[in-house]
Design a protein around this ligand. Sequence first.
Ligand code: PEP
Length: 251
Amino acid sequence: MRPLVFAGNWKMNIGPVEAREYLRAFFSAGEIPRERSVWFFPPAVSIEAVAQGIAGHRNVLVGAQDIYWEPKGAFTGAISGPLATQAGARLTLIGHSERRHVFGETDQETGKKIKAALAADLQPVLCVGETLTQREAGETLAVVTRQLEAAFAGGWGGTKGRVTIAYEPVWAIGTGRNATPKDAADVHRSIRGWLKTHATSAAAFLILYGGSVNLKNAAELLAEPELDGVLVGGASLDPRGWAELVRTAVA
Ligand code: PEP
């Protein structure tokens, strides 16, 4: 078995009380295979409960869904890298499609957030991906490259093996339509090529695919060696289904 990451983005679901129940059900569903890592991205209010619930479980980490770039101050409603770290987060999503397209986050803002994450010792998971219109116009690689350039415009900090990119085509998120393994692999190959040319650190990069991954299509997607894992929204919300996906997706 090759090492794989299974990242679950709970979005605005599962509060702290539910998170404790979720983790009990998830861990009671069976052992996580040695080569697999599981990352949970709960809403900010549940990070601490998840950090406590995963303590002692190997290869399981918790992350924030988003951070603001300032470390502290008068920014009502936001959480910073140091605050997320204090709650137990080790990672953070940056530039998730819903941050970009629902909340209007710009490429430049993702750059500030990447810098802030690295400064706070949080492993960033940068989400990139094109809309359907951009895909149909043949702009997928141009969009993804622009997003990568903006995100790392501030440099690579002390990334030491700690940068993950999640390729998530916007048209595939929450829609039940997923990219084919070949389509995903083609974009992953380009992202890897870009990273090899531009990264100024010795970091080992992971590239995950996200967009309507579920129990039925995960194995087929993960059979594609370009995928180092998956970032999953809807199908990570049920602890037993998620545990089954993590344990059984054959790669
Ligand atoms: C996501 O939230 O990153 C995601 C990929 O969602 P879904 O799996 O529901 O498409």
